[in-house]
Design a protein around this ligand. Structure first.
Ligand SMILES: CCCCCCCCC/C=C/C(=O)SCCNC(=O)CCNC(=O)[C@H](O)C(C)(C)COP(=O)(O)OP(=O)(O)OC[C@H]1O[C@@H](n2cnc3c(N)ncnc32)[C@H](O)[C@@H]1OP(=O)(O)O
Ligand SMILES: NC(=O)C1=CN([C@@H]2O[C@H](COP(=O)(O)OP(=O)(O)OC[C@H]3O[C@@H](n4cnc5c(N)ncnc54)[C@H](OP(=O)(O)O)[C@@H]3O)[C@@H](O)[C@H]2O)C=CC1
Length: 270
């Protein structure tokens, strides 16, 4: 079920959106639904093969095309190329979704500096690089949107994934600072904090030796809504925040998690 069926078909017409990590998981759903709702979309990540496959799947599902460009968000030169590509193809970006991320299980006492840097440079510096590259044109135009994919309450920590927790906490802080600094110039900045969504990225990088099916089933029992999230749950919130319906919302970190972050015991209120 695609999230776009809840929205007017031309809701995002006129928007030029860049979705990093748009070739897989949550980013793919956001890109697909933005395309379906009339936006011009460029998906960007490292793997050209993954991007080409995603472009094909988006065209098949929506009947509209998008564009893609290989881009490592850690590299400022790649982001410069991305800005030039988007501008030549569709005009300056009006929306950026900072979704690309890296994360893997690693006990804190075993974490090397290289492992820490691998995650911080992708998640935090990547979000900075892409936003810094694309926002000046938005400020010049007097309109724009930045949407960061974050984590619920990252200041409470993320045991086993402390590098990712630190990066996401910093991104939530950037969300507030940017929203304040750019609010008067027509640029809104928000976050979405997803709860557990069983993507391939999570299965491949976050579960260690655990069997993914068992781990996901166990996680579902700890969610008040009694189900895991879907990429469509997250893309529906992204569409809302990036549409005119969200025009007075800025500086927020919207938690979309079926109540997971409430820490309600599985049988409470049942
Ligand atoms: C139940 C529901 C729950 C649900 C839980 C709900 C909350 C989820 C919150 C967030 C979820 C996500 O972000 S999910 C997104 C997951 N997706 C991804 O991670 C994208 C793909 N990831 C990757 O490509 C890689 O993991 C990535 C880190 C980027 C690799 O980058 P690099 O190529 O620069 O890194 P490398 O040079 O290979 O390695 C750098 C160092 O990092 C270490 N390293 C790299 N990958 C590693 C790995 N998988 N496991 C251990 N260590 C790793 C290496 O050992 C190196 O350290 P040395 O050994 O010292 O040299
Ligand atoms: N799934 C979940 O439960 C949760 C996810 N999140 C967040 O949601 C977002 C999406 O996660 P999800 O869909 O699960 O994971 P995926 O692994 O599917 O997505 C990660 C994407 O990031 C891209 N990427 C990784 N490194 C780079 C890089 N250096 N430059 C450009 N692109 C890169 C990958 O593409 P490529 O390999 O081609 O570069 C991939 O498409 C992330 O920000 C994640 O932290 C937050 C909370 C929960």
């Amino acid at each position: 079920m695609d999230g776009h069926r809840y929205f007017a078909p031309d809701l995002l017409a006129g928007e030029v959106a860049v979705v990093t990590g748009g070739g897989s998981g949550i980013g793919f759903a956001i890109a697909r639904d933005f395309v379906a709702l009339g936006a011009d979309v460029v998906i960007a990540s490292r793997s050209a093969e993954r991007l080409a496959d995603a472009e094909g799947r988006i065209a098949a599902r929506t009947g509209r095309t998008c564009a893609s460009l290989p881009c490592d968000v850690r590299q400022e030169a790649d982001v410069d190329r991305l800005r030039e590509f988007v501008t030549a193809r569709y005009g300056p970006a009006t929306t950026v979704v900072n979704n690309a991320a890296a994360n893997f299980f690693m006990p804190a006492e075993r974490m090397t500096r290289r492992a820490f840097d691998a995650v911080l440079s992708t998640d935090l510096a990547g979000t900075f690089n892409v936003t810094r590259g694309l926002v000046p044109a938005m400020l010049e135009a007097g309109r724009g949107l930045v949407l960061n994919i974050t984590l619920a309450e990252p200041d409470r920590g993320f045991p086993g994934f402390s590098h990712c927790g630190a990066a996401k906490a910093a991104i939530v802080s950037l969300t507030s600072s940017w929203a304040y600094e750019w609010g008067g110039r027509g640029v809104r900045v928000n976050g979405i904090a997803p709860g557990p969504v069983p993507t391939e990225g999570v299965a491949a990088n976050m579960l260690g030796e655990h069997d993914p099916a068992r781990a996901f089933a166990g996680a579902a029992t700890r969610i008040p809504a009694r189900r895991l999230g879907t990429p469509e749950d997250i893309s529906a919130a992204a569409v809302f925040l990036c549409s005119p319906a969200g025009s007075w919302i800025t500086g927020q970190n919207l938690v979309v998690d079926g109540g997971f972050s409430l820490n309600v015991p599985p049988n409470a209120g049942a």
